[in-house]
Structures are given as structure tokens and as C-alpha cells.
Ligand binder design. Structure first.
Ligand SMILES: [Zn+2]
Length: 391
């Protein structure tokens, strides 16, 4: 792994954007002999990338071999996403392998509902499916009626979609799907959501997929559904403390940082995704060993420290969404008691008869914080309102 990483870093060093980062840290690619050495390299943030694209339309990343330019929304505007022929080949191969682990076969007919125009998602899934030899219907986004009409003709066995649209299709009568590859929205991290879709699709395999325009794919579930396996032949993943930048131990919650292992145009090097997860190591029946067992369960950019523990409001939203009787909307107030300790008050939107004790238990195990007070209200004016009154 380290050898592959080092040759990527040598390539990155040729880019002015990364050259600067190496120089800042006073490191050369050949100095990196261990994971610890690698961790000395500065991170890449979305702001860094945006700044690069402000001074040059392609951020200095354009190379002769680029054959595809997608665009991706990032912060205030769009950023270009560049691929060479070999980049596309590597992405397609990584996706094809992930889809094979998910149970896709050549005889399968895959219906792709992601956008093909300008954004990267449709082409990303399409390329992987074609690479493994499956039959692809490039549907793209659109109305439920249109999707059902095409499905009537195509008889798809695999659906690639965001989970909410997939559920809509199932409820409107889509049949014959044996595998859903769900991406683009929180899925396996919402308690009970997967089970709901599984039931709607008559027990089909449900696979969660994670990646972003800057780096695709990052992780994907296999047919054994043990969590999202890192696509570690394609990218290197670290979980860091979003405050200190320190790399965390397995099992600790933190920000996902990705580094491409084999990318020519616009490689990501220690790219801070802003997504919250944790990794565990165990050998799955499919052979993969590094896994995000609970998927991506929040964003790190809205973190508050409560009782010494990092509190991520978006994680709270996901936990509440999956709890019977609740909508997922909440209001959290963080106060300081007279004794100087933190006090967390959570108001949740939902039905009155919610089991508060069980909710408390679920929150404690997911957030690692016990709220001091939980109230269920019928209607909240604002969603995800977090008031920090301590300062
Ligand atoms: Zn597996």
C-alpha cells in the first residue's frame, strides 16, 4: 500500500498545487516511509481547491491526457472534475469490483437514475456496470412515471438510485429488482430505513454506496451487508479528529479524509470530506477488511463540544429519523449549569407517545452523550436548530 501511495505522491509533487503543500511541510515524496510520515502532509480542503480554481479555470490540474470534464457543485459555485483515459479506466474497474462484491452479474440489467449531464454520478455508475459486462439502461433523473414506463420495457434487476426515489418507485409498483445500489443520500446510517426499503423491494439486497465528485468510489457495501467496505485498491482513507487533525484509532468517530492511490488528473491528497464516520477492521466473507460499519452518519462542519464529547447535529437528525414516531426535526440547546457543567436539552418533533426512555438509550449509544432533558413536541418552527448558550 505504502509503495502505491508513494508513487502517487511523487506524481502529485509534479502538480503546482501539491508542490506547495509539500514545501510548506518541508517534505519530499521520497521522505515518506511510514504512515506516520504520511500524516505530516497538510490536508487539502474544499476552500484550497476553490482558491486554486479562482486563479485558473482548471486549478493548474489540466494535463494533456484529460478526456473528460465534469462539474460539481462546491461551496459557492461549480468546480471542474478532470479525468484522463486511465483515470476513467481505474474508476470503472474499482466500481466494477465493488458491484461484483454486491452481487451484480453479467446477465443483470441495471437501471441508473442518476444524472448524466455535467455531473459525474451517472457516468460513474454506468462505466462500472459496463466494465463488468452488465446491461445498462442510462435512464437519468426524471419522473416516477417515466422510470416505471422504461422499467416495464427493460425489466431491470438492479436499480441504482438515491434511496428516496427508489422507495417511491417500489411503492408505485416497480418489481423484479434483486439489488438496490443506493447513493447520494443518507441510507444505511438511518436506523430502520434499509429494512423499510428491503421490505418494499420484497427482500432484495440493499447496498449503500459512498463517494463524491472529487473522489469516486470511496466505499461500498457487498452483498453480505456488513457495512461499507473502503475501496482500498482505489483510495486510502483516514479518520481524523476534525479539531486537531490527528488521525484517530479504529472505532472512533471523526472526519473522513481520502487520498487517491492511482489518479493522473486532479488527484486528491489528504482531502477533508467534511463527512463523519468511523472505520473498523474485520474480514468480511467477500474478502474486504476495512469497513465503515455505520456508513456516513453526519457532517463535521457543525460540530459542538458537549460534556467533553463531540456533538454532531446531523448525526442526531439521522438517529431521530429512524426512531419510531419521530420526524427527525429537532432543536438542541446547550447550556452551562451553575456548577459549570454542560447541559443538553433536546426537543424533537413527533408523536406524543414516543418512548422517551428508549430514545434516551438510543441517543446515548449513538451520540455518546446523554441529553439531560428530552421533550417531544408536535411541531418545530425550525429544523436542526442548535443553540449554544454557554459562551
Ligand atoms: Zn463484504
Amino acid at each position: 500500500m505504502l509503495d502505491i501511495l508513494r508513487s502517487q505522491l511523487a506524481r502529485n509533487y509534479q502538480h503546482p498545487f501539491y508542490r506547495k503543500k509539500f514545501e510548506e511541510a518541508n517534505i519530499k515524496p521520497e521522505d515518506i516511509k511510514s504512515e506516520k510520515d504520511f500524516q505530516k502532509l497538510p490536508f487539502t480542503t474544499r476552500e484550497d481547491l476553490q482558491a486554486a480554481f479562482e486563479s485558473d479555470p482548471f486549478g493548474g490540474f489540466m494535463v494533456d491526457d484529460v478526456v473528460r470534464i465534469n462539474f460539481s457543485p462546491s461551496g459557492k459555485g461549480l468546480i471542474p472534475i478532470l479525468q484522463t483515459k486511465r483515470d476513467i479506466e481505474a474508476i470503472d474497474t474499482a466500481n466494477a469490483q465493488a458491484f461484483i462484491r454486491a452481487g451484480v452479474e453479467r446477465a443483470d440489467i441495471a437501471l441508473i437514475t442518476f444524472n448524466y449531464h455535467i455531473f459525474i454520478a451517472g457516468l460513474n455508475f454506468h462505466g462500472g456496470m459496463e466494465k463488468l459486462g452488465a446491461k445498462v439502461v442510462p435512464l437519468g433523473p426524471g419522473s416516477t412515471e417515466r422510470a416505471l414506463e422504461i422499467a416495464e420495457h427493460a425489466k431491470p434487476t438492479v436499480l441504482i438510485s438515491n434511496p428516496s426515489f427508489a422507495l417511491k418507485l417500489a411503492n408505485e409498483g416497480l418489481e423484479g429488482i434483486k439489488l438496490l445500489i443506493a447513493a447520494g443520500e443518507p441510507f444505511s446510517s438511518i436506523e430502520g430505513y434499509k429494512e423499510q426499503l428491503k421490505e418494499a423491494f420484497g427482500g432484495a439486497t440493499m447496498v449503500d454506496y459512498y463517494g463524491m465528485a472529487e473522489c469516486l468510489p470511496i466505499a461500498c457495501e457487498c452483498k453480505y451487508e456488513n457495512g461499507l467496505h473502503i475501496v482500498d485498491e482505489f483510495c486510502y482513507v483516514e479518520i481524523i479528529d476534525p479539531d486537531t487533525g490527528e488521525v484517530l484509532e479504529d472505532g472512533e468517530r471523526g472526519e473522513i479524509v481520502v487520498t487517491h492511490l492511482n489518479k493522473e488528473a486532479m488527484p486528491m491528497q489528504r482531502f477533508r470530506t467534511g463527512d463523519l464516520s468511523m472505520i473498523e477492521r474485520f474480514e468480511c466473507e467477500c474478502g474486504k477488511t476495512v469497513t465503515m460499519p455505520k456508513g456516513v452518519f453526519g457532517r463535521t462542519d457543525e460540530m459542538h463540544k458537549v460534556k467533553g464529547v463531540k456533538f454532531y447535529p446531523s448525526q442526531l437528525n439521522l438517529v431521530l429519523k429512524g426512531f419510531p414516531g419521530l420526524t427527525g426535526r429537532f432543536r438542541a440547546v446547550i447550556k452551562r449549569t451553575e456548577k459549570g457543567t454542560d447541559y443538553l436539552e433536546v426537543e424533537v418533533e413527533g408523536r406524543e407517545e414516543v418512548d422517551i426512555r428508549q430514545l434516551e438509550e438510543v441517543l446515548r449509544s449513538a451520540l455518546l452523550i446523554s441529553p439531560n432533558e428530552i421533550k417531544v413536541v408536535e411541531k418545530l418552527e425550525k429544523d436542526r436548530e442548535v443553540l449554544d448558550l454557554r459562551y
